[in-house]
Design a protein around this ligand. Structure first.
Ligand code: 6GU
Length: 248
């Protein structure tokens, strides 16, 4: 997979050199480039923002530098004009569709993702309209709160997507049982020692009875999800519940 990120703070994205995502880049499973938007300006002050038409607080990102940056990235995309799908342009913004695990799975199969990090009050709307010619444009939010810019949201999204690329996680089994993979939160986990600060590991986990352990874990998933995220219980597909779940 190819990923391009455009930002006025490329240093923010330095964390993508680390850990699992950094390793995926070094192993060429992920070809990720970060671009400085100011490299696409043409004035002495490398200006990227200006005052909003119609008045109001704050500044708006100028269309020119964004148009130049996105044209260059589209021209160099591995997704060529002859292909049916365009590269996906993700525009992080609190006004976007909410990012979730399903969106991460969908995006993990795309050949080319581009992230356009806005700052200030946002990017001139015409940039997104114009970008429709070359990209599948998707405004995306990571939750109902406001960040100062898209960079931190991109760190979260690239980590969530990147770990789903085949080969990035050594043991793909670990993707099967994690939170949200089946619409439920994950079960609690324990390791040695068996007794710690007077607290014991649940006995069933020491029993060696794999059916009982699976039932215990599944019940914990259901209890936790009901207590912490009742909204997820409402969304559950009844077909994913088994006969034993109904007794829980
Ligand atoms: Cl994706 N961007 C910004 N600037 N703020 C956000 C967000 C994204 N998601 C939630 N708040």
């Amino acid at each position: 997979m190819r990923i391009d990120v455009v930002s006025i703070f490329p240093e923010y994205l330095a964390a993508l050199d680390l850990s699992l995502i950094g390793k995926a880049r070094r192993e060429n499973l992920l070809d990720l480039s970060v671009h400085d938007l100011r490299d696409f300006t043409h004035d002495r002050h490398r200006t990227v923002d200006d005052t909003p038409y119609g008045g109001g607080a704050g500044m708006v990102m100028k269309p020119g530098p964004w148009g130049s940056a996105l044209s260059r990235i589209a021209a160099e995309s591995p997704v060529t004009g002859a292909m049916v799908d365009k590269p996906i342009l993700i525009v992080p913004a609190p006004a976007g569709a909410v990012f979730d695990q399903q969106m991460a799975y969908d995006l993990a199969t795309a050949p080319h993702l581009v992230f356009a990090c806005g700052r200030y009050e946002g990017i001139d709307e015409r940039v997104l309209e114009h970008a429709e010619e070359d990209f599948d444009v998707r405004p995306v939010s990571i939750g109902d709160y406001v960040l100062n810019g898209g960079e931190v949201a991109v760190l979260a999204m690239v980590e969530a997507i990147g770990r789903l690329i085949p080969g990035v996680i050594g043991n793909p089994e670990s993707l099967v049982e994690e939170s949200h993979s089946d619409g439920l939160l994950e079960y609690p986990v324990y390791t040695k020692p068996g007794s710690w600060e007077g607290r014991e590991v649940p006995e069933v986990l020491l029993s060696g009875n794999h059916n009982k352990i699976a039932r215990f874990r599944r019940n914990k998933q259901l209890e936790r999800t009901a207590a912490r995220r009742p909204d997820l219980i409402v969304e559950l597909d009844p077909a994913t519940l088994n006969r034993h779940d109904r007794d829980t």
